[in-house]
Design a binder for this molecule. Sequence first.
Ligand code: SF4
Ligand code: SF4
Length: 359
Amino acid sequence: MRKINIIKNKEKSIQKYRFTIQLIFALLCLWIGVEFFLFAKYLESNGTAAFYQRPPGVDGFLPISSLMSVYYFFLTGSVHQVHPAGFFIFVGIVAVSFVFGKSFCSWFCPVGFLSELIGDFGEKLFGRKIRVPKFLDYPLRSLKYLILAFFAYSIFMEMDALTLKLFLDSPYNIIADLKLYYFFADITRFSIIVLSVIFVLSIIIRNFWCRYLCPYGALLGIFSLLSPNKIKRNASSCIDCGLCAKACPSSIKVDKVKIVVSDECTTCMNCVDVCPVANTLYLQPVKSKTAINKKIIAIGVAGIFVIITAVGMISGKWQNHITKEEYLLLNKNLDRIGHVSNIDELEIDSALINKSITK
Ligand code: SF4
Ligand code: SF4
């Protein structure tokens, strides 16, 4: 039998910091929601109520438009001006994922935060973590990649710089945030049923939405595989207690691998925090022998995101230049403005709306 001198892990847990960042970000999103609600009320009043500025941070809720803006930037070298904050938020999220794995999901994302709270409630309710059998888990996990592939194909294969510009300039893209707002404000019975099913499934299966359906998470999962920093296990000091695997919300068998290479790892650090043996589980650059301090991880995750969004704000590109008169007119035509995919429709749709705006 292997004899090991166990040195107890006395390092403090990072979960308190992670929870604080999640909470701050969720409150920020809530605040953006309140500001956008007031902006929508102003538009509904046809400009008679007090004016509320549209919060640029709402662009962060338009990931497809933001992905298009990033692609547009690659093709043209300029930040598209309709949802510019979305561009910086998207770049910030991808940069964090590239450095610290899929950490956006477990450190920032309000949906991830809510999923986590629902999952905790589910575990308390059932007294254990319910795992989906492998034969079902793998095909279900591929669903989010199929959704991502559909968007990726529609954007990268079907659109050139001109089509992208037409779409990004189109009335539909300009008011995509209002459409999203009314999706929830005037929610249909069908949407309530779908959301309720996802909610119930999230109680039974931890992170149901994130694990199986979120295309954003799928994209970040791909970037996280490229990340140089990975969770590593020191097999010589490991006592095979299995606590790390048990604590992993992504059901990764941390106790069976030397390096966690998984698109499902969100760098939540739960496994590291529960490991009872010092210097046995840590986040470390692949080519290095020095583990990254937990506080550096928290500062790094928040810092990268804050710096990139601050660049957007300082550069003066954060706010779009759509006037309140344009928004008022577009809001009046809200029901007429639908999604258009073909270039002729895009040109006609944009021309029609622009004509009525300039009247
Ligand atoms: S492997 Fe560790 S860091 Fe990654 S998701 Fe699981 S518990 Fe979190
Ligand atoms: S928590 Fe995981 S890495 Fe740490 S000793 Fe137990 S099995 Fe080994």
